[in-house]
Design a protein around this ligand. Structure first.
Ligand code: G6P
Length: 608
């Protein structure tokens, strides 16, 4: 996946494109490039690494042009390199940028080579440029050549095209990857994300799959695959979010960790009153529809999947509803058997993750009771495509390793469990406890920040290790999984989570004095069993770092016990997440990784 942007204007667009790319680096940051076009002249620049490298070169070269396209890349086909960076060209006049994956690239490559095209890169994307050129050579207009080209592409794409023979024009196509057109004053844009053109576009057209666009500075034409004119609603999108700044923190991730009390407050604000969840907080008709929920199917990826796993118990207890949880990337390939009255729930920070979106599209054709999306981005495709939704209101999350998105998702999931429980008229008392716990969460999260000074004492002992184990039981196994994911994402140290009772079935073999074992030991019904599991670690010379309550009766000779705030039953999993985020963050800082943009990753993954 990647971020693409295009601009055509009566003024120079170089700076606009680079600034837009910077706002989309969350979509990938291994290389970047642009093509600018003025009359027949074309200027191409591609650099390895972040957009700042491209920006540096641009300030040296200072090219002037009224139209152009640009790209920030997350490599799928072909290593990150200047040659594989976009835009890709054909014959010196067609240039393209692409977000997505072309699945039939092998076959297309062979065909184009046989047609005499010299393919420069290892990418699937370059083939699109040659195909457009090939189709144009048959006498088609650029737009028709683009339409013809997409008929031969299997997979997902949003594409922007510049043809130096078509002065001031940008062409675009969308299929399963996000793309919108922005309308400005004497200038128009296309972009993967409205934020990339915030402050420039006054209104937007959200393209649908199968749409094509031809834009000049004065005109926006949207057509279908037969060239027929389409009318898409002109919408205003609030892009006025505060420019992301670190506000004195070293990293966005650090800022986002310490913002969590406010973020969680925002996630619950206005959604409960008098110890009860309000009706229809998931949208009109949701409370009525939830009366019929007999089962719930969750799909999500990464951290969002851990939120579903953590929340399962809440749904089983408060709504007496069995839950199924799938990796979004696996869900549709297992031909799921959908039982009557099953609610389908997508969890996604971005609302754009390709696997989750594909699962949602699959679910639409199945007999689900309805589709609920829990997400942080109101303008996202998932939010638009769902029957009901709730926004987590966490504010923009810039750090690739998700922190406040996760804890606010948990808050939203607890609200969903309470809503369904209320609709089904079940467990009023437990629901009141849950809401009370939810309201107390921000202050407990704040209190848990006090653990940092204890964590600081163990950072150096962990930072030089090669592996770590994370243990928990019940929902705390899911929190341990999230902790281990956070840790490996930004420290590059391998970490694995296990339900503590599983240790003896294999992973105990990994335990030695070089393997830190992080354990979550809240005061719950499983704590005694967990402590026995931890004794097994001790007897094998393992070093234990335990987050728990001081009442937990374990004596540690090697390692450290860190005392957690006294939490409620429902908010403890949220609060136990915090020290694991801080631990990952502090260890990564001590190692010195690029922890807001860890290697090989991206924040929003819009390819399968
Ligand atoms: C990427 C991000 C993760 C995120 C996952 C799912 O892998 O790096 O932090 O959890 O995508 O993203 P979503 O936007 O659907 O929650």
């Amino acid at each position: 996946m990647c971020g693409i942007i295009g601009a055509t204007s009566s003024r120079g667009v170089g700076k606009i494109l680079v600034n837009g790319l910077k706002k989309m680096e969350y979509r990938g940051y291994d290389s970047a490039g642009l093509v600018l076009n003025q009359d027949e002249a074309v200027f191409q620049l591609r650099t390895l690494g972040k957009v700042s490298n491209l920006e540096e070169l641009m300030t040296k070269e200072r090219p002037k042009a009224n139209s152009g396209i640009a790209h920030t890349r997350w490599a799928t086909h072909g290593v990150p390199s200047e040659t594989n960076a976009h835009p890709h060209g054909s014959n010196g006049n067609i240039y393209i940028v692409h977000n997505g994956i072309i699945e039939n690239h092998d076959e297309l490559r062979e065909r184009l080579v046989n047609e005499g095209y010299e393919i420069q890169s290892q990418t699937d994307s370059e083939l699109i440029a040659h195909l457009i050129h090939f189709n144009k050579e048959k006498g088609k207009t650029t737009l028709d050549a683009l339409i013809e080209t997409t008929k031969e592409l299997d997979g997902a794409y949003s594409i922007a095209v510049i043809d130096t023979e078509e002065k001031g024009k940008i062409f675009a196509a969308k299929q399963k990857s996000p793309l919108l057109v922005g309308k400005g004053i004497e200038e128009n844009f296309i972009a993967s994300d409205p934020l990339a053109i915030a402050g420039l576009a006054e209104s937007f057209y959200l393209l649908e799959d199968g749409d094509f666009a031809e834009i000049t500075k004065d005109e926006i034409k949207i057509v279908g695959s037969n060239g027929e004119a389409l009318s898409r609603e002109e919408t205003i999108i609030d892009t006025s979010v505060k420019e992301a700044s670190k506000d004195g923190y070293k990293h966005f991730m650090e800022k986002e960790i310490y913002e969590q009390p406010q973020a969680i407050t925002n996630a619950i604000e206005g959604r409960t009153a008098d110890g009860e969840v309000l009706d229809n907080i998931f949208g009109l008709g949701s409370s009525e529809a939830f009366k019929g929920v007999k089962r719930i199917q969750f799909v999500a990826c990464g951290t969002s999947l851990h939120a579903a796993k953590t929340a399962r118990k809440w749904f089983e207890e408060l709504c007496e509803t069995p839950c199924y949880i799938d990796f979004a990337s696996e869900y549709r390939y297992r031909n799921p058997l959908v039982e009557d009255d099953t609610l389908f729930v997508c969890i996604s920070q971005s609302g754009e993750t390709a696997d989750t979106m594909a699962a949602l599209n699959y679910a639409k054709d199945e007999k689900y009771l309805g589709i609920v999306t829990i997400c942080n981005v109101p303008t996202s495709t998932m939010a638009r495509e769902s029957d009901w939704k709730i926004f987590t209101n966490a504010g923009p999350e810039i750090g690739v390793a998700s922190t406040k998105a996760f804890t606010t998702q948990l808050a939203a999931l607890l609200l969903l469990a309470c809503s369904i429980s209320k609709s089904k008229n079940l467990n009023k008392d437990k629901r009141a406890d849950a809401i009370n716990d939810l309201l107390n969460t921000p202050s407990l999260v704040k209190e848990s920040f006090g653990l940092k000074r204890h964590i600081d004492e163990i950072v150096e002992k962990i930072a030089d290790k090669k592996n770590a184990l994370y243990l928990g039981r019940g929902v705390y196994f899911s929190i341990a999984q999230e902790g281990a994911l956070k840790f490996k994402e930004i420290t590059y140290i391998h970490a694995e989570a296990y339900p503590a009772g599983e240790l003896k079935h294999g992973p105990l073999a990994l335990v030695d004095e070089m393997t830190p074992v992080v354990a979550l030991a809240p005061e719950d019904e499983l704590v005694e069993k967990l402590l026995s599991n931890l004794e097994e670690v001790k007897s094998r010379g393992g070093t234990l770092y335990i987050f728990g309550n001081a009442t937990s009766k374990i004596k540690i000779e090697k390692g450290k016990f860190m005392n957690m705030p006294k939490c409620g039953y429902y908010n403890a999993p949220i609060v136990y997440t915090i020290p694991l985020q801080i631990l990952a963050y502090e260890v990564a800082c001590s190692i010195g990784t690029d922890l807001d943009q860890p290697r090989n990753l991206a924040k929003s993954v819009t390819v399968e």
